[in-house]
Design a protein. Sequence first.
Lengths: 353, 99
Amino acid sequence: MEYNQRMGDGRLVSMTKDAIREDIEAGAADAADRAKIPTLSDDDMERLLDIMITQGKTVSVDVGNEVVMTTDMGHSVINGNYSECGGSGVSVGITAANQIIERCMGADSVGVQWYDYTYKSIKAVITQQQQELESILLNTTCPCCFGSMPNLGAYYKPDGPFENVGDMMAEGKITEGMEVYEQAAEAAIEDVFWVTQQVDKIGIDNINIDTAGAAGDGDLLASLKSAELIKKNTGISVEMGMANEFVLGIHGGMEYAGERLAGMYAHKLVKVAEKAGVDIFGPVCNTNTRMSTPWNVARAVTFLKECSRVSTIPLHANMGMGVGGIPMVENPSLDAVTKASKAMVEIGGADGI
Amino acid sequence: MGVTLGHHMASGMNGIRTAGDLVLRMEMQGMRINEAKKYVAGKLGVDVLDLADPYKMTEVRNKLGLGTVLAIPGEPKGMRAKANIAEVLDIEISCLNKL
């Protein structure tokens, strides 16, 4: 007998039970090898196999195992109109879109995300953001998140004041590049904190420092230092979601709390996030489009399970397009999404998504 | 959209349909899911398993004025609902002090 499965790019394929089991074992082993963590137990692999061979259109967690959701999309799923946001382009305002996700779609949180998703860019439109935020807070009940990226890439010329660190290093200017990278990180910290202070004036519930580490270890250092600054000076709840399953060492020597950041995987990242005062951490596992969903989900669950074991703070696993075992496709099937969702919560130990 | 709704169906508490927003408020203070659920259930005087039950939680939310998905005129929603949530959960909600 063969079972319908999805590839990492969303395509439908047929696999035997033995082939699915082999992919689960291989995916879990790949994660264990990369992060130097335990692979899944035989029991966990059997549970994952049971989930994967379910042939219904959807699966779900057992009653009592439900979790809560935060998002880097918020209202954009309704009124955004660009693919990376999954936006449907419905012609409604930001407050109305938030009311829709709260009252009609079962969201646990509402939010504001400026379309140019970088703290640096938000400075130019901060008054508009405060106005939107005030309207959302007055008209919704769920906690409200304000999310954006530190995004060191936005600090390089021509968009920002600094020379492009990647170009400098390619030219052999390693030490100079590292110094510029450190300066860019300091500039990002200043911007994340300034924007936080402005939205704190209106009464935001949570700051999402999102896609942390997108531009490497300096980007992550800026995220951690920003979280620390926010917690010490405002007390606002902070969520930090990762950009990647491990930290790229653009600098290579950057440390936080005595720990070198380059090369860290989720189970180590969550510990430095805790030290920075982060309240909710979002681990990432990148989807491989050439491998099956059983392989990708097994891999994501393996990373998450060790992260969950060592964490003292809640984990909201990144499970949008192309991460957390979700296929890298704009319109993913419900079978793939719900199987990954159930596995990450019930086997991986996610506190949220 | 497919991702969002898929997760809500498969794993979500579903916000103000149940007690999802209340549990998330406690996670935002660093509580893990089981601790957050236990805290909220204790404050609401319900069983942990009731927290994701829309039937039970609509009853509880109406009684305590915590806001529901039904836009009944005159019933608490938005800031009024959040004022009641802050009191019931014994937490600070920033916008109540700033707006």
